[in-house]
Ligand binder design. Structure first.
Ligand SMILES: [Zn+2]
Length: 202
């Protein structure tokens, strides 16, 4: 590293007014110390390649495909993400109650239980109107539209918008759950893109 950390801060990222500089410095230092992992945060092939000898030589098992990544490695990746979330958004009890939807999204404020309830009602309604044996994809789309129309004025725009990634699709369902305190839409659009390596450091 040719430049000093302060140099990086001065010429590099725009730092919001009022930010604690010492804290930012620590964050950048942490990123530099974990540069390789952070640059590969989205690259699951890289994480898969981190298997140790024992993990590479595990006997084959019906529940373990060659694409399997051991929990040990996934936990390292997750701990990095959690540390970065702490740096970016403040300390938070990530692991405590992280599977509970009894909370509001930390970004948009939507109540997770309400989104979850809305999705459940859409799914139930679609199930009443559509069956895989008797209907095809077009019928599915029309059943989904009917369900959406039926609940349209019963939920706020915010709830409906934040449900969009978890609506049922033809032949596919996604579980709704908060991601470390954010709703899936805020996580996908706002929070997750901030994770990993910060290109402004190079
Ligand atoms: Zn949100």
């Amino acid at each position: 590293m040719a430049k000093t950390m302060l140099g990086y801060i001065m010429i590099g990222p725009k730092i919001p007014l009022g930010i604690n500089w010492a804290y930012y410095n620590e964050y950048f230092q942490w990123m530099l110390n974990h540069g390789t992992e952070l640059k590969n945060i989205d690259n699951m092939n890289w994480w898969r390649a981190q298997k140790n000898e024992r993990e590479r030589n595990l006997p084959s098992h019906p529940n373990r495909s060659p694409r399997h990544i051991p929990a040990r490695i996934l936990n390292i990746r997750e701990d990095l993400m959690l540390t970065q979330l702490n740096y970016l958004f403040g300390e938070h009890e990530w692991k405590e109650g992280r599977y509970s939807n009894d909370r509001h999204c930390r970004h948009c404020g939507v109540y997770m239980k309400e989104v979850s309830e809305y999705i459940r009602k859409i799914v139930t309604t679609v199930d009443d109107l559509f069956s895989f044996q008797d209907n095809d994809k077009e019928d599915f789309e029309s059943a989904l539209q009917q369900a959406l129309d039926f609940y349209d004025d019963k939920y706020s725009e915010l709830v409906k918008e934040k449900a969009r990634l978890n609506l049922p699709e033809y032949g596919q369902r996604t579980m709704f759950g908060n991601k470390y305190g954010w709703c899936p839409v805020c996580w996908e659009d706002v929070i997750y893109p901030k994770l990993g390596w910060d290109d402004r450091l190079e």
